[in-house]
Design a binder for this molecule. Structure first.
Ligand SMILES: [Zn+2]
Length: 261
């Protein structure tokens, strides 16, 4: 069953289901670290296999209008690879889409379906595409929204539809059912993963993005405060919050999912 929002003042249990295989789909290098990195590290430590797809290489992520976007993209890919190795992903895939111009169109959907069918994850973690304005303050970047909705549309129905993108099936990438979506940075979270044990890895991975982080110590303090706040609903020192969409429930499955012992 899809988890529901928590009524005000109530506490939830820490989210216990764990996918055996999960794919993180992010718009930019560093999104996956600000997003679900500590959850990914915790799941990988517990035996899951995780992979990261970056739709863009962040070639507009700077303050200098004279900077060479290709040089910046190469720097950011290297930073992302280092961060990913700290988290423990088995692979990082860059789709090399244009930063600032990501669009939920068929070519991007096909690229994402290709990666889903290649890796065959139980769960996909991506940006909550319904967040236009953050509840706290601020506008959600257009690339985050586009990556999120493209990932949702790739998961359902395209990746599982044998007749969608027939050239992929002809290349051996047959239809695959992703059973759950974990949407990060939600305005209305429904699940909280205890990341007390892996918060330091999230922070170490964030520090790899040196081109984006002017004040690493200040960032660390903000991340610790943020994850502490997200830990409050489940009474732990640190958590990451998600809006979880269960597309296919397995009635034979225990509370800990495919990875349960
Ligand atoms: Zn971003």
């Amino acid at each position: 069953m899809t988890p529901q929002p928590l009524p005000p003042g109530e506490r939830a249990a820490a989210h216990a289901w764990r996918p055996a295989r999960f794919l993180v789909i992010a718009a930019h290098p560093d999104d996956a670290e600000f997003g679900p990195a500590a959850t990914a590290a915790a799941w990988i430590d517990a035996g899951s296999t995780g992979r990261l797809v970056c739709c863009t290489s962040g070639d507009q992520g700077g303050e200098d209008p004279h900077a060479d976007p290709l040089v910046l993209a190469a720097t950011r890919e290297e930073e992302q690879r280092r961060a990913a190795s700290i988290v423990g992903y088995d692979e990082v895939v860059f789709l090399h889409q244009p930063d600032g111009a990501l669009a939920n169109e068929l070519p991007l959907r096909e690229l994402l379906v290709r990666e889903i069918r290649r890796f065959r994850p139980d769960a996909v973690l991506t940006h909550d595409p319904e967040v236009l304005f953050y509840a706290g303050a601020g506008v959600n970047h257009t690339d985050h929204r586009a990556a999120g909705i493209a990932a949702v549309d790739a998961v359902f129905p395209a990746a599982r539809n044998p007749m969608a993108f027939p050239s992929l099936a002809r290349a051996g990438l047959v239809a695959h059912v992703v059973r759950r979506l974990y949407l990060f940075w939600p305005n209305v979270p429904t699940a909280w993963v205890d990341v007390t044990e892996t918060l330091d890895r999230k922070i170490a991975a964030l520090r790899c993005h040196a081109s984006q982080v002017a004040d690493p110590d200040g960032l660390e303090a903000r991340i610790r405060a943020w994850t502490a706040e997200e830990g409050e609903p489940i009474g732990v020192a640190a958590a990451e919050a998600f809006r979880v969409i269960v597309i296919d429930d397995d009635p034979n499955e225990g509370p800990h999912g495919a990875g349960a012992g």
